[in-house]
Design a protein around this ligand. Structure first.
Ligand SMILES: Cc1cc2nc3c(=O)[nH]c(=O)nc-3n(C[C@H](O)[C@H](O)[C@H](O)COP(=O)(O)OP(=O)(O)OC[C@H]3O[C@@H](n4cnc5c(N)ncnc54)[C@H](O)[C@@H]3O)c2cc1C
Length: 511
């Protein structure tokens, strides 16, 4: 599409369609590895590749004089390997100082790996699509290849009557989610973080060595939250549960006209979340405040919940009635699968040319105080740029429970019971540079104010932070969960990647 601008993504008819069907590819790059020659597909049209593979563009890349133009990948080469052996051969055949990036589902908020640098080789993992079910010592396991995304895994697990703590985005990559500390607002309170369910992992080191890691290896733990800085994951094995762990879910969609109405609903709904949901490990609750002027409440009920799901949400229906806000949709999801797939149509409808995104996360380790809840309502719900960037959402969620009971991994998500994601989304073609700057400034203003709120942590994982925010403080111990985890990760980085070949990840400011 862009002969003059080979790496850009300006003409985005293909933007936001997540699987590479062949655009810009040619077979035949010859890689010399262990004495043999391998042909690895290479991307020739980098602009089409970026448009197709990066789900969105960092809002920070769209602000300056350059930001008015297209976003381009800088990568020297983009290759699509098919196996761990091909990846290992390739890494060994490159000069040892060549930086290497990996792209799985393409949803990382700063596009660090997809944009990379002009000396980098980027590996698009999209050809590693295997999903293999097996049993070991009575446990049901599934091994997924490095290019599998949530929609593919969820559909396959459904057939096996299994359940996993998956995220909401259908195109989010399993490996990209696990190695950066991903969490499931719906399922983690019962099933832990997905990284806590990994039992084995195959990776390639910076020296081009294939390693199969198990929980006995220190590197294994470090990979489950900082893996994008440590190696290239080729596959990982997950411990599944039966789908009977989820009884079902209730969802109510409440419409609002003014932001004051949204604040009033949130103020009481969040106290319900804290007082009725957080103390009970049999459920989770999410309140989404959307730029489409809707409040979406979803309560997921697990196997230990006794009682009527519909009756449990009745106080929230009464709240909407009292505030004279109409309930415009009521849904019951009867299974793990229906709940896991509930948001796919909504997320698929978020399109832009390009779609811009800024992503941040706030949360508390214990139950939130009244002061924190009031601040969330009066500042986040009231001041987030939901009108200026109408595809934006604020997701206010519960965590803790099983996550805290299972073995910690290097993710701040292990420590937080209450959290919210502020996800600023807009279609960049409809905004001038001045408008984009205003949206970014409004987002940052909320985040800066959050840093002053007692008991509130800011950006505590790689999956929900905006690592390219200029000048923002990042706290390694918040992001990896503790000082001990920071030390573990730093020690492993020195051993397995002393030359920092793996430098395109959310932790680049401090690793
Ligand atoms: C619509 C949407 C919904 C989301 N929903 C959730 C959610 O419910 N819960 C949640 O926690 N997060 C969620 N996220 C955030 C998402 O989990 C993170 O952005 C995640 O890191 C994206 O992974 P990816 O594979 O799609 O992206 P990528 O950009 O491909 O990868 C992300 C990072 O992982 C690295 N990486 C990719 N493949 C490999 C590999 N094989 N080996 C080593 N490193 C690799 C990349 O270099 C990059 O640094 C969502 C994001 C979006 C846009």
């Amino acid at each position: 599409m862009t002969a003059e601008h080979p790496g850009d993504a300006s003409g985005r008819s293909a933007w936001n369609q997540s699987s590479p069907r062949g655009i810009g590819l040619v077979a035949g790059t010859v890689i010399t590895g262990s004495g043999s020659e391998r042909a690895i597909e290479q991307v020739v049209d980098k602009g089409s590749w970026l448009a197709e593979r990066a789900s969105c563009v960092s809002g920070n890349r769209l602000l300056g004089a350059d930001g008015a133009g297209p976003v381009r990948t800088q990568a020297r080469e983009i290759l699509l390997p098919r196996s761990a052996e091909e990846i290992a051969d390739l890494v060994r055949s490159l000069p040892p100082d060549t930086p290497v990036g990996s792209v799985c589902g393409g949803h990382e908020s700063s596009n660090a790996a997809a944009v990379a640098s002009d000396s980098a080789v980027v590996l698009d993992m999209a050809r590693l699509k295997s999903i293999d079910f097996h049993e070991e010592s009575g446990r049901k396991l599934v091994t997924v290849g490095g290019g599998v995304v949530f929609r593919e895994l969820v559909e396959a697990v459904r057939v096996r009557q299994g359940a996993l703590p998956v995220g909401t985005g259908p195109g989010v990559g399993i490996v990209g989610y696990v190695v950066n500390g991903g969490l499931s607002g719906y399922f983690s309170r019962r099933l832990g973080l997905l990284g806590q369910r990994v039992t084995r992992l195959t990776m390639v080191t910076a020296a081009g060595e294939i390693r199969v890691l198990t929980p006995d290896d220190e590197l294994f733990t470090a990979m489950l939250g900082a893996g994008s800085a440590l190696g290239i994951v080729c596959d990982l094995t997950l411990d599944m549960e039966s789908d009977s762990v989820v009884r079902g879910a209730e969802q109510r969609v409440v419409a609002f006209e003014t932001r004051a109405q949204a604040v009033a609903f949130a103020r009481e709904a969040l106290r319900f979340q804290r007082d009725q949901v957080l103390p009970d490990e049999g459920m989770s609750m999410e309140l989404v405040v959307a730029g489409t002027k809707t409040l979406v409440v979803t309560i997921v009920f697990y196997d230990s919940f006794r009682g009527s799901m519909a009756e449990f949400v009745a106080p929230l229906e009464a709240l909407a009635a009292r505030l004279e806000l109409p309930i415009v949709a009521s849904s019951h999801f009867g299974s793990w699968y229906e709940t896991a797939a509930a948001l796919w149509p909504v997320i698929n409808a978020m399109k832009g040319n390009p779609l811009a995104m800024l992503q941040h996360c706030l949360g508390s380790e214990g139950a939130p105080t009244d002061a924190i809840l009031d601040w969330v309502c009066d500042t986040v719900v009231a001041e987030a740029p939901l009108d200026e960037a109408p595809l934006s959402i604020v997701e206010i969620r519960t965590l803790g429970a099983a996550v805290m009971a299972m073995k910690p991994i290097p993710s701040g998500n292990c420590r937080h019971r209450f959290f919210l994601d502020l996800i600023t989304h807009y279609d960049a073609k409809e905004k001038t540079v001045a408008e984009r700057r205003e949206i970014a400034a409004m987002t940052r203003s909320v985040i800066e104010k959050a840093r002053g709120v007692e008991g509130l942590a800011v950006d505590f994982s790689g999956t929900h932070s905006q690592p390219d925010d200029p000048g923002a403080n990042v706290s390694p111990s918040l992001i990896f969960g503790s000082e001990a985890m920071v030390e573990l990760v730093r020690a492993q980085k020195k051993v397995v990647d002393p030359g920092n070949r793996f430098r395109f990840h959310p932790y680049a400011k401090f690793l």
